[in-house]
Design a protein around this ligand. Sequence first.
Ligand SMILES: Cc1cc2nc3c(=O)[nH]c(=O)nc-3n(C[C@H](O)[C@H](O)[C@H](O)COP(=O)(O)O)c2cc1C
Ligand code: SF4
Ligand code: SF4
Length: 447
Amino acid sequence: MPNISANLAGIKSPNPFWLASAPPTNSGYQIMKAFDAGWGGAVWKTLGVPVINVSSRYGALNYKGNKMIGFNNIELITDRPLADNLREIEEVKKYFPDHAVIASLMVNTREEWHQIVKDAQNAGADGLELNFGCPHGMCERGMGSAVGQNPIALETITRWVMEVAKVPVIVKLTPNITDITEPAKAARRAGADAISLINTIQSIVGIDLDNLVPYPVVGNQSTNGGYCGPAVKPIALNMVKNCALDENVRLPISGIGGIETWRDAVEHLLLGASNVQVCTAAMHYGFGIVREMIAGLEDFMRQKNFETLNDFIGLSLPKVKHWEDLNLNHKVVATIDSSKCIGCQLCYTACEDGAHQAISVSVDKGVRVPQIIEDNCVGCNLCSLVCPVDNCITMERRDDITAPAETWADYAAKDKAPTTFNDQRGGGVGHWNPTPKEAWDKRKNNR
Ligand SMILES: Cc1cc2nc3c(=O)[nH]c(=O)nc-3n(C[C@H](O)[C@H](O)[C@H](O)COP(=O)(O)O)c2cc1C
Ligand code: SF4
Ligand code: SF4
């Protein structure tokens, strides 16, 4: 049986699945239910001076029948008095001493930071997460992402916290910044024990076209909110990778953003996260999703012969290179399995209009089966991505697999890289392009 217990900067939990600071961690009642369902830890809804929220608060991006592939909110931190939250943290820790309870914090002055850190520690929190990420409302008051976007302010405030912290301190980063490693490095300089990312992405999720007000509608107005859910996972993964690879960050990472299944969680771990946090998926489907996450993770580890999480945390990092280090000789082309093809023509249209005119169509026994024109196929993957039938279009290697790899730098050193505008060594030279006139002729024929 694989051991899925996790350790983030000394904060231990029975598994790597934590609830992120958000409505599912608003109260001790919810966190007790979540731990009972199987979650290994929870980051309490951010504590501070209680707020007054607006109504309504959430918006969603639905896509072709799939609800909430992206989720947007304009709510603030906790609206409950600090004393109530602290009492419940203490109570939860009594029932679940081995689970991780993290206090998320956001206040203003040095005195307030000192006070709330001491209060959270006295209540028994296993760690502190500093919310420097909220991109709506709180940032207008100089907190949240206003701090996360300013490495000097982030470093100063983290130092204030470190002056009194006795438990591990996690700095939660905002993705609303050009280079996520800058605030991560500031957290490191200030002595933080870990970072967590990402918080939500500043966004407008859509507009009500009847009354022309963006969502979520508050009366006849709205405001920009924070975007999260499955749609943000690629952004989160890239930022986790950037922090994990940066020599000047070198802090344990709690990965957040778009995690809904065990696969999403494993991807975060493979790119360097020591554990993960989940918000939108728990709001969408409830606490029970953790059971599939645990079972899936254990299965994955069994299949790969991983005994502990450390056996695979960061294992994909060495496979992420700069573009200039990729092998320019690697060549794949699309191949269509005609026995699986349903003749929908999506691949033809995509390649014809959106790629390289490398697919032709002929009629075979009444079915229009496309064919790949190999000489024109650049191996971009587009047709295989749009094809609705699994494994109908696969990408197959065509280069000499015994030949050594050659990068851009190798090409330049061997004088194989183009250097002038009309250089005949460009990759598209020799590639057949229909003439503009052929488009005109097709247009006339189609009328
Ligand atoms: C409604 C809502 C409220 C949130 N409140 C907080 C908060 O109080 N503190 C915080 O650090 N993050 C907050 N977040 C951000 C989440 O903790 C998390 O970083 C983000 O949603 C990305 O994870 P996900 O894709 O799993 O939702 C909130 C998110 C949502 C959707
Ligand atoms: S891989 Fe790209 S270029 Fe090749 S056939 Fe498919 S869409 Fe066209
Ligand atoms: S997209 Fe796939 S199923 Fe549709 S025509 Fe192309 S190969 Fe066939």
